[in-house]
Design a protein. Sequence first.
Length: 127
Amino acid sequence: MSQSLNELLEQNEQTINALISDGAEPDVLYEIEHHLASTDFTKLEKAAVELVKLGYHVDDADEFEDEQGKRWFAFIAATDAELDNNVLARQVREIADVADECDVEYDGWGTMLDDDELDEDYDDGEE
């Protein structure tokens, strides 16, 4: 794994804090997208199967080339969760374990904030 578990957990906390400071509501369910990649499609496929067993939704893998022209495969393992450090840290540990077991890269998670969620703070009573 290119990032250590401690780095991933620190990134997790920083991401949650940044999202909340940008106006995200911590108790709203967000689609959390965990990012995994490998140069070996078979290993990545094994990780996908294990994550589906754990309840994550996994899309088909995408193929891309890095700067050195090396071919990679990647997918997103998605689930809905609140911006709760304990919940997301558990997911990070769970996915990092699967990534280690399957010898694939786990690059952390992200989510999309709906502009409407952030605009609500600015629209108080104005219509």
